[in-house]
Design a protein around this ligand. Sequence first.
Ligand SMILES: *Cc1c(COP(=O)(O)O)cnc(C)c1O
Length: 421
Amino acid sequence: MHIETKCLQEGYKPKSGDPRVLPIYQSTTYKYDSSDAIGDLFDLKADGHMYSRISNPTVAAVEAKIAALEGGVGALCTSSGQSANFMAIVNIAQAGDNFVSLSSIYGGTVNLFAVTMKKMGIEVRFATPEMTDEEVEALFDDRTRALFGETIANPALKVLDITRFADLAHRMGVPLIVDNTFATPILCRPFEFGADIVVHSTTKYLDGHAAVVGGVIVDSGNFDWAKGGKYPELSTPDESYHGVVYTEQFGKAAYITKARVQMMRDLGATPAALSAYILNLGTETLALRMERHCANALAVAKMLKNHPKVSFVNYPFLEGDSEYETAQKYLTGGSGVIAFGLRDGRAAATRFMDSLRLAAIVVHVADARTSVLHPASTTHRQLTDKQLADAGVLPELVRLSIGIENVEDIIADIEQALDKA
Ligand SMILES: *Cc1c(COP(=O)(O)O)cnc(C)c1O
């Protein structure tokens, strides 16, 4: 099946007489006929749901679809993108360990990594794409457990050289974890370029309608956790789970199984069945929406590039963009997000935003409706000037999230607001 078809047909597979549309299984628990049947579930010997903190049929259907879209062996939905990123790391790192991350990432992830996880004793070490391989490798030591980056960084719109960083991670014996939120599996499937784990904030394009917060972790099944002895939590008995050895019992699905039965069991960042139902509806039109987001955004980026009040435009599919060549290698479209600057600085950016009529000022991105945000005073407000610069966020930078409305209406709105800026 092509990916457009998978968006509609993967996941929920009704049998004869079943509801056509994915049902909302609004139940915390599941009935079994014998204690032994439940015992087998607890021993992970049988497949099935036991309690909705761990799994639920509505959620499971969306997980199966997203795993299919990314080309992975399994997926775990979480209650937010933040919890997906957190669990993706703590599944393989503990106090005393560290990991390396590209610095050009979402501000919320910077805080999670550099503040909260640091308090837990897991240290992040930031790398930049400008560093040589030797410089990045110098950040690794024998306690380094992962390398992390975003396919299209939010909001700097830097495109990750996935093959380069996957090769580097593998040379250092660790997995590459890629946050694929902005690209979605429609524009890029990081596993095809060597990434091992993919995470998403499904709050963005996967839902696409600004209706439900969520996240997901997807496992490629390709990383060998038993090799090298760096991941004893996966390759030696888990005493909190009757001594199960994930790599032995679950093979390629070791990482994602552990994330569910240990991390989700203990942390409980579970999505509600209703949230999964809404997310599933969104994913059905993902391919169609991404096509329109990309076409509209490219047209807007070209218009902005030629506008006298605009000092710079970042859009990976705009010819001449610093990311253009990397984008051509990894992406089939630039997504709907554009970052640009106003020649007259921060005050002009504010006047521009306040003059928009169709585009709404919202703390959100990747919505079907066009929206706009000033990262330096909102999503990235808690970052220091140094962190802002590392994330590629200038004070005059405006982030536009181009929707799927008629592009002439979007351009007319931006032009009239630029006139007033
Ligand atoms: C929004 C976002 C997150 C955080 O996701 P939430 O669903 O808001 O918790 C993580 N990474 C990226 C790239 C994002 O855009």
